[in-house]
Structure formats: C-alpha cells, structure tokens
Ligand binder design. Structure first.
Ligand SMILES: C[S@@+](CC[C@H](N)C(=O)[O-])C[C@H]1O[C@@H](n2cnc3c(N)ncnc32)[C@H](O)[C@@H]1O
Length: 510
C-alpha cells in the first residue's frame, strides 16, 4: 500500500538494515589494508567473516574461478546451509529489494495510460518520429541517447496529458534532453528553458545544437521554430532561487506560461533537493509537474553528519547553500537527526544491477585497479606519511591518484604503477627499491580475494543507501501534500543495467 505510514515503515526497515551493517558500510575501500578492515571485529562481524572466508575457500579458486558473491546472491534456490550468517543477510536484502519494487515504486505505464484519442495519436506521432531520428547522429553516446529518448518521451507524454507546455530543465548540461523536447519530434509543442550553472556547458549545448542543425538539413522554417522554443541560461540554482520571472520572460505564449514542468536528468548532489523545493515553492502555477532523476549522492551535503566531506563545497561556488537542499529532507528523518556520511553516499553511487546483468564478467569481479590502489595506500602510509603534513590529524591520506594512472584493460606491473604515482606527487623515488615494492605484493597476496569479497558484499548492500535517500524525498513530498492536491510517485524510469541512476521522482496535480 502506497501511503505515508507505509513509506515510513519501509524507511525504518531500510535504516535498521544500514545501522546493523554501518561499521562495514562506513569504510573507505582504499583504507582496506591500512586500517585492517578484514580482521577488525568492530568493522567486520567475526561470524560473517567466517562465512566469507569459508566462501572464498570453498567456492573460488583455480577451477571455480574468482570469488563471485554476486552470483551466489542471485542464485535464488541454491544457498549453502553452512553459510548461515551470510544467508540471513541475503534473505533480508532480498526482502528489502522486493518491498522496494512492490510497495514503493510505481510502474511508469500506470502514469502514462490514457484513453484520450488525441493523446494516443500524439504518442503514435512521437514514436514514428523516433524511429527516424534514432538513425541519425545526435552527438550523444549510447547511454545518453537511451536516457534522453526514454525520458523525453515520458516527460513529453505526461506534459501533454496534463496540458503543460513549458518545461524547465535544470542542470541541463549540454541540453540533450531539453533540445530534444523542444524539437519537432514533439510537434514543436513545448517551450524549453534549459539552465545550468556551468557557462561552458551552456556554450557547448548551443554549439551542439548548431552543428546538428547544419548536419541535418538546410535551416528551414520548422527549425527556426525549434530555435525559438529553446532558451538556455547559466545560473546556479538552489531552493531559494526565484524562477518564476525567468520563466515568464522567456516563454512566447503568455497564456501557457503560468504552468510549467520542472525536470532534471541526473541532477547531481544537492541539485535534486533544490529542484524538489522549487517545485513545491512554485505557487504561481495552477498546474505543474516534477520529474527528477538524481545522481552523484557523494556530492550531496548533509545536515547532521560529522565527517568533513559531508559539508564540503564540492562545486567550489562560494555560495552558501541553504539547509533545505541538504540531506535529509523529511521531517521524519530530521526529527532524529539522521546522518549517512560520505563513505555511505559514495557507496550509494555504485551500480549493483550492472553487476547482476553480467554476472560472470562484471568489472569489480577482478578489482585489479582497486587492489593496486589499496596496496599503494599501504606503501604511502608506511614510507611517505611525512610528505602529507596536512593529513597529520587524519587517519586517511586522501590522495587523488586519478583514474588515468591505471588503464583497466592494460594493467602495468605494480612497480611501474607505484613509480608513476611517486613521480606525479614528487615523492622520493629512492626510498624504495623495486624489490621492496614487489615485496608488498607478495606479502599481501592472500588479502586479494578478501578485498574482492569485501567489495562485493558492500556493493550488494549499496542500493539500500540509495533507497534511503530517495524515500526521504518521497516522504518529504507526502509530508507537504498528503495527496490532497498532488500525486507523488517514484518510478524506475530506466533499465538499471543500462542506466544505474534510474529512479525518477514524479509529482503532478491530481
Ligand atoms: C550530471 S550532469 C547532467 C547533465 C544533463 N542533465 C544530462 O543528463 O546530460 C549535472 C549538471 O548539473 C549542473 N549543475 C549542478 N549543480 C547545479 C546547480 N546548483 N544549478 C545549476 N546547475 C547545476 C552541472 O553543471 C551539470 O551540467
């Protein structure tokens, strides 16, 4: 049953699960060796550790292949009775995943269904046009095309259904979504206002649109209409931003502009919360619609977490962010000052469903890059700690090595990697011989499968953290309007294996 009461009950269950496993979840992978995560009872419960060690011994190795806990999780009826603690954890997890799908999420088709012939025709026209444009080069990668096509159709149909003709795309990036919604694919029905805090993104969106125009056909009248219906601005948005005048000034048809949709595709960190508040604060619209797909929970600020990164200004804007854009949003979680912390939010960004979709061959199965990184961290701690004076009071050397240092497809020998990092950070290259560096690898070799399984068990629990953040937002909408004027939904808009941040928070007038 979708009701505020039930949502709160589910949120309690999700939170209980996280609290039971917090000590493990709230660890930084890179510190795995340095902080001895595996053998620290207060981090990894000894009975769970025993099960995981049994699993490594019995279910992996030369013939059985690498440790694959994700496969074990997905094999519904083949649980090993000897793994009592692990099984019990997995049963709880599965139950929570089921509850999420059945009791929290709404099927998107439910929102789109219609018997209005005008709308059925509109959808048919849009589908016909899609079959043509999908063959053209639209200067988007495959993942982005999938998201933009799916979301533009979804938003376009909902807007038509609710007779909303102005759409504001916030955090529009290169305006993939908004330029498509303003185009003739949707019969030039929608006015689009695209806003992004980054001026270079705004410029690059204009360049892309111009290139596309040149590539497709001669600039005809229809395209001129498209240009008029698409406007883009650079502005940093937060909950207190005054949007209404901007919308009013930039829509052609003054009769339509009182009503508008607020959309955001992969609105990172706090931006999703700001969009929800803008939607609620917009009292000028008679009719309005919200469709927000979040991402980058690591960049979300928190009200109650004590770790330094939970209040860090990731965008370096120097703009003081209002508290209403931070986690948590709901009065329910605010009342007990609930906090996640950076490590947990970072974990929430992972993509379990990608692993589940390629169960024998997912990237983390090998973990080669992370293994190098954790061992490098140990080398830094044991040999170069004095080179990181700013970290004196911290237990962590927070070194941004950068992804480019390691190419997953062509892993260099460990010594080569360490030498590269030493050079990049101007550390003393003579401190360690190649043999000494290789000795690290030999000495800790037995920890590699443990790192693999430690990562996999954390990934399996990662969706629960994302669900807490999303459900907090849904409950917040219900707290402000308990289905009196609006309907609120969470839908799985995208296939999570294709696009991991797949949930859309939706709200519109009844
Ligand atoms: C992950 S990107 C998504 C871009 C685009 N929606 C897409 O799907 O391709 C997030 C975008 O939001 C913008 N952004 C982040 N915070 C913002 C804020 N507070 N106000 C406006 N734009 C913001 C960033 O500059 C970035 O372009």
């Amino acid at each position: 049953m979708r009701s505020l009461e039930n949502f709160k009950n589910v949120l309690d269950e999700l939170i209980d699960f996280v609290e039971e496993n917090r000590s493990l979840l709230d660890t930084n992978h890179v510190q795995f060796l340095v902080d001895n995560h595996w053998f620290t009872d207060s981090i990894l419960n000894p009975s769970l550790r025993n099960d995981l060690e049994y699993f490594i011994k019995e279910k992996s190795g030369l013939e059985k292949g690498p440790v694959n806990l994700i496969r074990y999780f997905s094999e519904l009826f083949d649980f090993d009775p000897k793994l009592e603690n692990l099984n019990s954890l997995f049963f709880k997890l599965r139950k929570l995943f089921e509850i999420w799908d059945d009791e929290i999420c709404t099927d998107q088709s439910e929102l789109l269904k219609t018997d209005k012939s005008e709308l059925i025709e509109f959808n048919k026209m849009v589908n016909d046009k899609f079959s043509v444009i999908q063959k053209q080069n639209r200067f988007m990668n495959l993942k982005k095309s999938y998201e933009v096509d799916h979301m533009s159709k979804f938003v376009g149909t909902l807007c038509r259904k609710h007779e909303i003709y102005t759409i504001v795309d916030i955090g529009s990036g290169r305006a993939y979504l908004s330029s498509q919604l303003s185009s003739s694919i949707f019969d030039n029905k929608f006015n689009l206002i695209a806003i992004d805090s980054s001026q270079s993104n705004v410029e690059s969106s204009i360049k892309r649109i111009n290139v596309m125009k040149r590539k497709t056909q001669v600039f005809d009248q229809k395209q001129q209409q498209e240009a008029d219906r698409f406007k883009t601005f650079s502005q940093f948005i937060q909950s207190s931003t005054e949007l209404h005048n901007l919308v009013r000034e930039n829509t052609e048809n003054k009769l339509e502009n009182e009503n508008y949709a607020l959309v955001g595709l992969h609105s990172c960190g706090n931006l999703s919360n700001s969009i929800i508040n803008l939607f609620l604060n917009n009292s000028e619209s008679d009719r309005k619609l919200l469709c927000n797909v979040a991402c980058c929970y690591n960049l979300l600020n928190e009200k109650y977490a004590k770790d330094p990164l939970s209040n860090y200004d990731f965008k370096k804007t120097d703009i003081k962010l209002d508290d209403s854009s931070k986690f948590p949003m709901s009065a329910y979680l605010n009342s007990n000052q609930y906090a996640l912390t950076y490590n947990l939010r970072m974990l929430a960004c992972h993509s379990l469903y990608r692993c589940l979709d390629s169960i024998e061959n997912y990237k983390e199965l090998n973990n080669a890059t992370l293994w190098y990184r954790t061992m490098l961290q140990l080398i830094l701690y044991e040999n170069y700690l004095e080179d990181f004076p700013n970290q004196e009071n911290s237990t962590e050397i927070n070194l941004q090595v950068g992804r480019k240092m390691l190419d997953f497809d062509s892993m260099p020998p460990f010594v080569e990697y360490v030498r590269k990092v030493i050079k990049k950070f101007n550390l003393n290259n003579d401190k360690l011989t190649d043999d000494q560096i290789n000795e690290y690898m030999n000495k800790h070799e037995s920890m590699k499968p443990k790192l693999d399984i430690y990562i996999q068990i954390k990934y399996l629990m990662a969706p629960i953290i994302e669900y807490i953040i999303l459900l907090d937002r849904l409950i917040y909408l219900y707290e402000i309007d308990n289905l009196e004027k609006f309907d609120h939904y969470l839908v799985k808009l995208f296939d999570p294996a294709k696009s991991p941040r797949c949930h859309a928070l939706i709200s519109f007038n009844k």
